[in-house]
Design a protein around this ligand. Structure first.
Ligand code: ADP
Ligand code: ADP
Ligand code: ZN
Length: 213
């Protein structure tokens, strides 16, 4: 079962994807994580995308489609969760073609609906464990002990350079201009299932579980 988690920055895609990985053995494919890895390991591509990411603009379709293609053809599990991909109509078309080539299809596109005001709070309070990738929030999902990961005990907490209000404003505009047309695109295909992303983390989990069965 291959699914897309579609929603603006801060909607809770990564949080829900991690849970699906743990409970269903699915594979999370986050182009944001892949791009950050490329930056951290200092590859040529990583250097090329750094400034674009910090400004909150989208990197080119060619780069992210290449990243996804590589992972799709090498990883195997109980289905893929596309998190933060596709973000443009060209990426959506490319994903359809890649899956068809592999004899696979999309099961569901889950649209996570959250309003802009909540997104600002989500993004400005977000931090993650640099060791295991667990996602936290200053108010809605703090660690049990300050500075220590509940999941792995690590103490290397990181905040993203682009998680500030200025960059978020650009990211939101990129979302409305280039990504939100995908809502209509998948609705027309009959694949779209909206969930209320404003509910608390456990409720969102339950709504997604009800859809996936
Ligand atoms: P995305 O991957 O869509 O950008 P994240 O999963 O990283 O979003 O979540 C953004 C921030 O909001 C994180 O700090 C996370 O802990 C928090 N968060 C996620 N889902 C919820 C929710 N349903 N209610 C409150 N806070 C949430
Ligand atoms: P978010 O918290 O906005 O969901 P991501 O981690 O998904 O953040 O993405 C961070 C940045 O990486 C984006 O602002 C963009 O610059 C780049 N990026 C990630 N995925 C894509 C994609 N599919 N297409 C273009 N750019 C992407
Ligand atoms: Zn951790």
């Amino acid at each position: 079962m291959n699914i897309i988690l579609l929603g603006p920055p801060g909607a809770g895609k990564g949080t829900q994807a991690r849970h699906l990985v743990e409970t269903r053995g699915m594979i999370q494919l986050s182009t944001g994580d892949m791009l950050r890895e490329a930056r951290n390991s200092g590859t040529e591509m990583g250097k090329k995308v750094a400034a674009i990411m910090d400004a909150g603009k989208l990197v080119t379709d060619e780069i992210v489609i290449g990243l996804i293609e590589e992972r799709l053809t090498t990883e195997k599990g109980a289905g893929f969760i596309f998190d933060g991909f596709p973000r443009t109509l060209a990426q959506a078309d490319a994903l359809g073609a890649l899956l068809a080539k592999l004899g696979q299809s999309l099961h569901t596109v889950i649209e996570m609906r959250v309003d802009d005001e909540a997104l600002v709070k989500r993004i400005t309070g977000r931090f993650t464990c640099g060791d295991c990738g667990e996602v936290y929030h200053d108010e809605t999902k703090p660690t049990a002990e300050p500075g220590k990961c509940d999941n792995c005990g690590g103490t290397n907490m990181v905040r993203r350079a682009d998680d500030n209000e200025d960059s978020l404003r650009t990211r939101l505009m990129e979302y409305y201009k280039k990504t939100s047309p995908l809502i209509g695109y998948y609705y027309a295909k009959g694949d779209l299932r909206p969930v209320n992303g404003l509910a608390d983390i456990k409720e969102v989990r339950a709504s997604i579980a009800a859809i996936l069965g």
